[in-house]
Write a protein that binds this ligand. Structure first.
Ligand SMILES: [Mg+2]
Length: 265
């Protein structure tokens, strides 16, 4: 599988969160086939390039392409909210080595500097909640809580703990949380992709449904922003406040509605 033929001059950049925004596991197929037709048309009429901006890892995203029967690949993927990948002519995914390495280095350095703080956070989480602390390769990777309410408590509590290390940050998606660096999230990574295509902020469209989409949906990173009807309240509020588009339909059908709102009116 490959991407659509590249436009001579890319004019718009479309950024889609995956789970809950394009993908709805209760639907068959999970991503509506009509979505891809709209993308195909916007490529022709608007010189639009598009990508998935997700909390999934790249291997999990590849599973998603197969499960959802993508007829063609996106032009880029932002995985784990911060790693950039693009497909080559054979549909093989290659990392943006420079950006990905810089991001990993900065995060590693920050974790090292924040060791005491992280120990305190872990202690508090394990003392007061039943959430699971996840580590990978010796680094604090994240937290999985038992309920949304538990995660609300954890996030509120962490906010009061991190004052001494403002670069320390996290991305939340429902009961999942990934630790990271304030400067590397869906928004800043999207800005990097936009710069590669030389597309200004006004030409960037983003749509998402959960907390880890907050940055990319802020006016700093997207001139046009939307959310599907199933978005969490924090996202709906942000979209309403900034004069974005709140779709009436859920997930992929909401994404189609949003594209029609911005590009066909
Ligand atoms: Mg989502």
């Amino acid at each position: 599988m490959r991407s659509l033929p590249h436009p001579v001059q890319a004019k718009f950049l479309l950024s889609f969160d995956f789970d809950g925004t394009l993908h709805d596991p209760s639907q068959s197929p999970p991503v509506p086939a009509a979505f891809f037709e709209v993308i195909r048309q916007l490529r022709e009429t608007h010189g639009a390039v598009w990508g998935i901006n997700t909390g999934r890892s790249m291997p999990q995203m590849l599973e998603g392409f197969i499960e959802s029967a993508f007829p063609f690949l996106p032009d880029w993927v932002i995985a784990r909210e911060r790693e950039i990948y693009t497909p080559n002519n054979f549909g093989r995914w290659l990392p943006d080595s420079k950006w990905n390495a810089r991001c990993e280095k900065e995060i590693h350095r920050l974790f090292k500097k924040s060791r005491k703080l992280l120990e305190r956070v872990r202690h508090e989480v394990e003392l007061h909640t039943g959430a699971q602390w996840i580590e990978m390769a010796g680094e604090p990777a994240g937290i999985i809580s038992r309920t949304e309410e538990e995660m609300e408590w954890i996030v509120a509590h962490m906010q009061s703990l991190i004052g001494e290390q403002p670069a320390f940050s996290w991305q939340r998606n429902s009961i999942y949380l990934r630790f990271g660096h304030r400067d590397f999230q869906k928004g800043s990574t999207l800005a990097h992709v936009a710069a590669l295509y030389q597309i200004p902020n006004a030409g960037c469209f983003a749509i998402g449904d959960s907390h880890n989409d907050l940055e990319m949906l802020s006016p700093a990173y997207s001139g046009m922003a939307a959310c599907p009807a199933n978005a969490v309240s924090a996202i709906r509020e942000l979209i309403s406040q900034r004069d974005g588009f709140v779709a009436r339909q859920c997930a992929g059908f909401g994404a189609i509605e949003a594209l029609e709102h911005f590009f066909r009116s």
